[in-house]
Design a binder for this molecule. Structure first.
Ligand code: ANZ
Ligand code: ZN
Length: 881
């Protein structure tokens, strides 16, 4: 007799060791089976896994195990996104080195992931901070440089004037340096850029083909790329307003970009970016303007800064002539909401139809004239108050445009201005703009991939020769002073120029860590390749990733950069593919209630006792009994202390329980609320499934009966239930609806338990034993992807040799599921007269009798006898009279 209780701890350790010993999750490249590549976004080695990881990796593992059972050669690898700032901070605080800290974290987290029982091929593990990885990344950079995909441009960085160092965006808190507290300045540095904008159109257009991506992610990418079609219009500057500036280059006209040329007659002002050359020129004669520009610079010109800052402007005193009415003059403001980097760095403002412009004129009293009236409104009653109107409608207050639609008016303005020549060019030209900018990859940091470039006084920029790669990070660095240790290292940066052998220095910037994660999924296809980043054959064989799973926080940058990298790698011959991720799934977060003590301090769930009294929930301090306030349910975070440690859960309940609960409780794209009761419920299921398996085994007996030729009613019913569950779970796993699968497993288990209970101790025929054997196998197969350890134990209990993890998925016999009735079309002399629903296995005589008895048939036969009745099985009955 088997033990009543399933010993989670013993069993989980045993099966993990058995899998490991047999190396069953190791993937070979030249396997003849069809490939399936499932990947979860690799973690940053912060030191410990959190529940979000558990959820993410449990989902990926279900897919991997399911596909393996379905006969695919599955690639399911794991690695570490291992460069980045936290390692430098830790080195600074704990007097260790970033490498030591990182590798210790990797070791700890690897052990944690292994305790989850994930079916990963650990032989393919990579860490992006390893020279064996970043060597190839440096080569990629040099190949991109050769291919014209790298540029060097000036760009702004955050500069801490006290620490004399560049700060990452996350090190700037409320405009101040995180360590020094000094007000951060913007400085221009020459930096390296990857030319992602070469692919703007392609990256946008291809989104349409990614039909296994969530629509919301595609929309976010579309918005980020931000394609817009508009018009560049040249406004003539009123020379009389120029004063001493008259004649200075670039002062006689102002070029703007607009997507709404139809609103030109609603214009109230012009606005230029603080760094616009005309602003600089005007500031020369106006110190207050110079001060205003300086202030705008300090706030910064990031999109986020601009969106939150109050709209402010400064009247330069300059004016332009309206293109359709020289007598109409518009003032030029310098405004903090106009970006130099977009369009022409200048706009005309139409407050009635643009919210920013409206906010602006409300502050500066410039008036509002609506020019587009919603079709259903009378223009006389149409008033713009606090909200601009950006919808469609009919043109009003717009002279020759009146009565046109917005689209017609846009076209009319474009046509007219294209026909006017100013100097030797038309006054307006059509233009397509993108929000997407080239990707600045230079970081003034130590713990990143060194950019493989040498600066020679004589030769300029010299790539490090391929034979000298990798450019390794020096290990003897200190973090006792601010700034980049590579800059102050005594020897590392001084080298002989590879071209002229003269004195030269290394580039001390390292790459943005997003570069590291932009091609790791490619590296997994051939991770030990020392000669090159990829073997194109392997890359093309494995890619695209069939199912990628990760957090929606990576919906924009990581995915866009990876899509760009794939295209750039194709250009350089590393692979032949454009879209790296055929299927994408973004999972929801793991959330938990929050608790606060009487002193307002956050309390951890482990410090709190929650009591339920009917619908009422109350919490008290564990031990103390003081009342605790139950706060909202929020994403698990250290700051709110509402985290649950996966290690503790796995130690108490086992990995299967943790996985099961993560998958069971809500649809995978939604947030899952972690509750103690939920985990306990999952644990009960583990025990229950074990007991049920033992009971089924008892019914089957020591010998498995061969499948009989005929099944009795009860055996047929059991088979139908099992195959229905199997078919359902197949369909739902493929749609990643894990919670629905689990519900179906519960249902199957309930039905089987009831059937077992009904048998009690009465004798069981071979057909029923065979049906139970089959149903037991199906049950175990169905939960094996979610609870792999328990499944092995049950598989063994059912008398199988070998691993369920390696056995094939049972074939769902869908013919068992079809209903017992079929519907025939009934014809008289070939003409449809009615329908007949009858048992599937009814014989010809019964079908004929029932068809001839139908009212519609009797009428159509008109008292004539049937000469012949032709039956097409399961489809048609034709009565010939
Ligand atoms: C006049 C106008 C009237 C506008 C109106 C909008 C509504 P997208 O789709 O983002 O390309 N714009 C142009 N360049 C800008 C810059 N450098 N900084 C800030 N804003 C800028 O939008 C283009 C619109 O954004 C342009 O059309 C311009 O304002 C503004 F009823 O021109 B519009
Ligand atoms: Zn040189």
């Amino acid at each position: 007799m088997r033990p009543e209780r399933y010993n989670v701890r013993e069993s989980e350790a045993k099966w993990r060791k058995a899998w490991e010993d047999a190396q069953i999750f190791k993937t070979v490249n030249d396997d003849p089976r069809p490939k399936y590549y499932v990947l979860e976004m690799f973690p940053y080695p912060s030191g410990r896994i959190h529940m979000g990881h558990v959820r993410n990796y449990a989902m990926g593992d279900v897919v991997a195990r399911y596909r393996r059972a379905r006969g695919f050669n599955v690639l399911h690898p794991m690695g570490w996104d291992a460069f980045g700032l936290p390692a430098e901070n830790a080195a600074m605080q704990n007097n260790t080195s970033p490498a030591e800290w990182t590798y210790a974290n990797i070791a700890a987290m690897r052990a944690q992931l292994q305790s989850m029982g994930l079916s990963l091929d650990w032989s393919r593990e990579i860490a992006t901070c390893d020279p064996s990885y970043y060597k190839h990344q440096q080569k990629l950079f040099l190949d991109f440089l050769d291919a014209g995909l790298v540029a060097r441009k000036k760009s702004k960085v955050n500069w801490d004037p006290v620490d004399q160092t560049v700060l990452a965006n996350e090190q700037v808190i409320d405009g101040r340096g995180w360590r020094s507290g000094a007000i951060v300045e913007q400085r221009e540095l020459t930096q390296w850029f990857l030319k992602i904008t070469d692919y703007s159109d392609d990256l946008l257009a291809s989104l349409d083909r990614l039909d296994r991506w969530p629509e919301k992610v595609r929309l976010m990418q579309r918005n980020w790329i931000g394609r817009s079609e508009g018009l560049v219009i040249r406004f003539v500057v009123d020379q009389a307003t120029l004063g001493p500036l008259a004649g200075e280059p670039g002062t006689n006209e102002l070029e703007i970009y607009t997507t709404r040329p139809d609103t030109l007659f609603g214009a109230k002002f012009m606005a230029i970016a603080p760094d616009h050359p005309l602003a600089g020129a005007a500031a020369k004669r106006d110190p207050a303007l110079a001060a205003f520009i300086e202030e705008c610079r300090r706030i910064g010109t990031s999109v986020a800064a601009i969106e939150t800052a109050e709209k402010r402007g400064y009247d330069t005193g300059l004016k332009v002539h309206h293109p359709f009415d020289p007598g109409w003059r518009l003032p030029i403001y310098v405004a903090n909401f106009v970006l130099m980097e977009y369009g022409a760095g200048a706009i005309f403002g139409c407050p009635a139809h643009d919210q920013r412009d409206l906010d602006f004129v409300r502050a500066y009293g410039l008036g509002v004239t609506p020019v587009v009236c919603p079709a259903e409104l009378d223009p006389a009653n149409f008033i713009i108050d606090r909200t601009a109107y950006d919808g469609n409608g009919v043109m009003i207050n717009s002279r020759f445009l009146d009565g046109l639609t917005v689209e017609q008016a846009k076209e009319e303005v474009a046509r007219r201005l294209e026909d006017i020549t100013l100097g030797d060019r038309p006054q307006a030209t059509r233009q397509i703009n993108y929000k997407l900018r080239d990707w600045g990859v230079s970081r003034q940091r130590y713990w990143g991939c060194p950019i493989p470039i040498i600066h020679c006084e004589a030769c300029g920029i010299v790539p490090v020769p391929a034979a000298d790669l990798p450019v390794k990070l020096p290990e003897d660095v200190t973090f006792d002073q601010p700034g980049n240790p590579l800059d102050r290292h005594p020897t590392w940066k001084h080298v002989a120029c590879p071209q002229c052998a003269g004195r030269a220095t290394r580039e001390t910037d390292t790459m943005d860590t997003f570069v590291d994660s932009s091609w790791y999924f490619v590296r997994f296809t051939d991770p030990a390749n020392a000669a090159a980043a990829t073997d194109p054959k392997m890359a093309d064989h494995w890619l695209a990733v069939d199912q990628y799973i990760g957090g929606v926080e990576h919906a924009i940058l990581h995915l866009l950069y990876s899509r760009f990298f794939t295209r750039a790698m194709r250009k350089c011959g590393y692979l032949d593919l454009d879209e790296p991720f055929a299927g994408l799934f973004t999972q929801g977060m793991v959330v938990h209630e929050t608790y606060r003590g009487a002193d307002g301090q956050w309390l951890a769930p482990s410090e709190v006792q929650v009591e339920t009294d009917g619908d009422e929930r109350r919490a008290v301090l564990l031990g103390g009994g003081e009342a605790v306030e139950i706060g909202p349910t929020e994403k698990m975070s250290k700051s709110k202390r509402n985290t649950i440690d996966p290690d503790e859960i796995i130690a108490t309940y086992g990995a299967d329980t943790a996985r099961w609960f993560m998958l069971s409780d809500s649809p995978p794209e939604r947030d899952v609320i972690w509750t103690e009761a939920g985990v306990q419920g999952a644990y009960k299921q583990v025990q229950r499934l074990w007991r049920l398996t033992c009971e089924i085994e008892h019914i089957i007996g020591p010998e498995r009966p061969a499948p009989p030729a005929d099944y009795g009613d009860e055996a047929r019913r059991i088979r139908r239930i099992a195959h229905a569950a199997l078919a359902k779970i197949e369909d739902e796993v493929e749609r990643l609806r894990f919670n629905v699968c689990i519900a179906a497993i519960y249902e199957l288990a309930n039905e089987l338990a009831a059937a077992v209970g009904a048998i009690g101790e009465s004798p069981v025929g071979d057909d029923l034993r065979a049906a139970f054997a089959e149903a037991g196998d199906i049950l175990v197969h169905c939960f094996a992807p979610m609870m792999p350890h328990l499944a092995e134990e049950c598989w063994e209990a059912l008398g199988h040799k070998g691993f369920v993890a390696q056995s094939s998925w049972p074939v769902a016999d869908r013919s068992l599921l079809v209903s017992n009735h079929v519907t025939y079309v009934v014809q008289v002399n070939g003409k449809k007269r009615g329908e007949l629903t009858i048992e599937r296995d009814a014989d010809a005589k019964r079908i004929e009798g029932a068809a001839l008895a139908l009212d519609a048939v009797v009428r159509a036969m008109n008292d004539k006898p049937a000469r012949k009745v032709i039956i097409v099985p399961l489809r048609i009955v034709n009565v010939v009279v």
